[in-house]
Ligand binder design. Sequence first.
Ligand SMILES: [Zn+2]
Length: 55
Amino acid sequence: MAEVSVKCPTCGMELKAPNEEELGKTFKAHTHEVHSMEMSEEEATQKVKMMRSGM
Ligand SMILES: [Zn+2]
């Protein structure tokens, strides 16, 4: 199965998911749980896409 990943811009932790949509959810959960940041799922997915295109 193909896998996508991004590094958290705040702590550098690598987050992985089967696709970009899931990765958005993973990123949202990570920033909420670890960094107490609030963002919508749409915003999280946008950031994931931006980070991935920047790599
Ligand atoms: Zn982090």
